[in-house]
Design a protein around this ligand. Structure first.
Ligand SMILES: NC(=O)c1ccc[n+]([C@@H]2O[C@H](COP(=O)([O-])OP(=O)(O)OC[C@H]3O[C@@H](n4cnc5c(N)ncnc54)[C@H](OP(=O)(O)O)[C@@H]3O)[C@@H](O)[C@H]2O)c1
Length: 304
């Protein structure tokens, strides 16, 4: 049963064959944001093994260098570029450096992100939660892409893969800042996709469910919930490269999303009840008590 439930929920995907991934990415420039740990580091390692030339972005230069050193030790190629994507001017400058030093990328994995779990009613003094999540989950990634996409379109090829979240299908209570920022980027990608397709550039959105990383570990309520491992998330990204997927979302997330659209008022009650039950079981969550950050069950990984 322990292995069956994750499989039924689509949490143990198969990746593409090494040959198929090599054909797509061998010798090509691949930009991965949020590559200093978690899903991004796993994706970078997987693509380096098929001969991609990696450009790794995040804020923590030391952690990026450690990921790049691991790749080089195994014979791969990786360069690092430290940038805080909440600074849109810095994101633009990073894109210009990528184009000048490596040319148009074949693939951009727009993966850097930050999640915050905090009740709206605990956020009266925290408008910066909204600007922080919007910065890294939407504004910075768009600023980076606005510079990279014309070069990719001119080359007539390429792909952007965003590691979005099932929060876009199921906007769970307690996650308003995160859900808003992810939905904003999703809307941008959806509108941009048909424009870019004309130029041979595919835009892909992966609605990932819970993944066991530093990000999810910050929320004790999700400790025992079924989840992807980073290696599974990297397989989904790799599969999307080979299939040039437009949108992937687990079957249950799509079904729940459709039901929430059809019955929004019922959905609000169900989502609030679900969040309260999780919070009660874990002794955490909005309004439930134990708090790794700032009281009232709020949580986020490594805020800075
Ligand atoms: N974990 C989950 O349950 C889950 C579920 C669905 C979707 N996702 C999405 O998957 C992506 C990766 O998540 P993860 O679980 O691997 O999280 P993680 O382990 O916390 O890694 C986040 C990455 O983003 C980088 N980052 C954060 N803020 C940044 C900023 N201002 N500028 C540049 N880089 C920044 C971090 O590096 P620095 O701190 O060095 O900057 C790190 O490399 C995120 O977009 C997340 O929303 C995660």
């Amino acid at each position: 049963m322990d292995a069956l439930l994750p499989a039924l929920l689509g949490l143990r995907p198969r990746g593409p064959s090494r040959a198929a991934l090599t054909a797509r990415l061998g010798g090509r420039v691949v930009v991965v944001t949020g590559a200093s740990r978690g899903i991004g580091a796993e994706v970078a390692g997987r693509f380096a093994r098929v001969g991609a030339r990696l450009v790794l972005l995040a804020r923590d230069e030391g952690a990026l260098e450690a990921v790049a050193a691991g790749i080089r030790r195994r014979g791969g190629e990786a360069a690092v570029l430290a940038v805080d994507l909440r600074d849109t001017a810095a994101a633009t400058a990073a894109a210009d450096r990528i184009l000048a030093e490596f040319g148009a990328p074949e693939l951009v994995v727009s993966n850097a992100g930050h999640s915050i779990h905090r009740a709206v009613l605990d956020s009266a003094e925290r408008a910066h939660d909204v600007t922080r999540t919007a910065g890294v989950n939407y504004l910075g990634p768009v600023a980076l892409l606005l510079r990279l996409l014309p070069a990719m379109a001119a080359a007539g090829r390429g792909q952007v893969i965003a590691t979005s979240s099932t929060i876009v299908d199921i906007p769970a209570a307690g996650w308003s800042a995160y859900a808003g920022s992810k939905a904003a980027f999703e809307g941008w990608l959806r509108a941009a996709a048909p424009e870019l397709a004309r130029h041979g550039v595919a835009l892909t959105s992966l609605h990932l469910p819970l993944v066991r990383t530093a990000m999810s570990a910050a929320t004790p309520a999700y400790r025992d919930a079924p989840a992807l491992r980073p290696v599974d998330a990297a397989k989904l990204v790799a599969r999307a490269v080979v299939r040039r997927t437009r949108l992937w979302s687990p079957w249950w997330s799509r079904a729940a999303g459709a039901a929430l659209q059809a019955f929004p008022a019922l959905a609000d009650g169900a989502l609030d009840g679900w969040e309260r039950r999780l919070a009660r079981d874990a002794g955490a969550g909005p309004g439930a008590g134990a708090a790794p950050d700032a009281g009232s069950g709020a949580s986020e990984a490594a805020p800075r």
